[in-house]
Design a binder for this molecule. Structure first.
Ligand code: NAI
Length: 331
């Protein structure tokens, strides 16, 4: 029997991982996050299974290695939360789930934009209060607008294609453009600043790297088309939150939809409804009528969870047997 210690466990993990693990993997579900302080709890497991807000820095990885762990299986596509050079130096194998369902994230991106634009979140609450007034609920047609897609990897491409289905013009920016894909879908690549300056809707789909950290800052926000809407379902630190708040207050931005937030660690995924929120910037964002926030749930579909558990379980099995991991999953 193989034991895997799974951190930051959610109720849905307890459903999908046992189904994927079959009879040969025991999952040790831990509701707390994996950090240097909690890493010793991994002792005795063949692998640790980590999520996006676990903090896999060098001190944590050193404790995992000391506890006898040889494999860190990230149950996410993003891997900005692990110190890969440290993992390599310590002899820890690292795997991730590179593409469990880009559709899940692309569809949530479009759902957020439509909700924000057509003010469905406000209409839903009003109608429940028997307030059937339409005052203040005017949106715009996505048809005919220009959508800027920053990052045309798996998720950015699908998002672009969905927006093309609305009859929008799509401008894209990427460090490695794919002109054949763009031509096939009637999409045009342009330099990032031109995309930002032209688009009515900007959607971020790059990974978090030193180059993309605060990609959206006071300077880029000032160059955006006045009244544009911004959507971020990628990583919170792509946006400088203080600059975002200033652009909302000055009305330079027309609206913002976020599934990720710069300081989401310890807040997103938690029920803090009875707690005094300590993050003043998040509190401020939540006061704007034209800001919509979901708590990092873009990946949360049945198909995505099934695939995340399948790939992770198979890699845990292979790692324990000393076999090669599934193609394309090892970092
Ligand atoms: P991907 O690796 O397929 O695509 C990323 C694209 O960004 C690539 O085409 C790359 O060339 C481009 N890129 C990198 N640096 C760039 C830069 N400086 N400027 C412009 N383009 C740049 O990644 P994928 O799977 O499409 O994921 C995109 C993002 O979505 C990641 O940040 C990931 O962490 C996030 N994500 C969020 C989820 C959620 O639940 N909210 C779930 C899954 C992924």
């Amino acid at each position: 029997m193989i034991t895997a210690a799974l951190y930051d466990a959610k109720p849905y993990d307890r459903e999908y991982f046992p189904a994927a693990g079959g009879t040969d993997i025991t999952w040790r579900f831990q509701e707390f996050r994996l950090t240097a302080d909690t890493a010793a709890t991994a002792a005795g497991a063949a692998a640790v299974v980590a999520f996006v807000n676990d903090r896999l820095d060098r001190p944590c990885l050193e404790k995992l290695a000391a506890a006898g762990i040889r494999h860190v299986a990230l149950r996410s596509a993003g891997f900005n939360h692990i110190d890969l050079p440290a993992a390599k130096a310590l002899g820890l194998a690292v795997t991730r789930v590179p593409a469990y369902s880009p559709h899940a994230v692309a569809e949530h991106t479009v759902a957020l934009l439509l909700t924000l634009n057509r003010k469905i979140h406000r209409a839903y609450n009003r109608v429940r209060e028997h307030n059937f007034s339409l005052a203040g609920l005017v949106g715009f047609d996505v048809h005919g607008k220009t959508v800027g897609i920053i990052g045309t990897g798996k998720i950015g491409r699908l998002t672009a294609q969905i927006f093309r289905g609305f009859g929008a013009r799509v401008l894209a920016a990427d460090v490695t453009p794919d002109s054949a894909w763009a031509a096939a879908h009637g999409i045009t690549y342009a330099p990032r600043d031109e995309v930002l300056a032209t688009a009515d809707i900007v959607s971020l789909h790059t990974p978090l790297t030193p180059e993309t950290h605060h990609l959206i800052n006071a300077g880029t926000l000032a160059r955006m088309k006045p009244g544009a809407c911004l959507v971020n379902t990628s990583r919170g630190k792509l946006i400088d939150t203080a600059a975002l708040i200033a652009a909302l207050k000055s009305r330079q931005l027309g609206g913002v939809a976020l599934d990720v937030y710069e300081e989401e660690e310890g807040v997103f995924f938690e029920d803090l409804s009875g707690v005094v929120l300590q993050d003043d910037e998040l509190s401020r964002l939540l006061t704007f009528p034209n800001v919509l926030i979901t708590s990092h749930q873009a990946f949360l579909t049945h198909e995505a969870l099934t695939e995340i558990a399948r790939v992770t379980a198979e890699n845990v099995r292979r790692g324990a047997r000393g076999e090669a991991f599934l193609a394309g999953t090892q970092l």
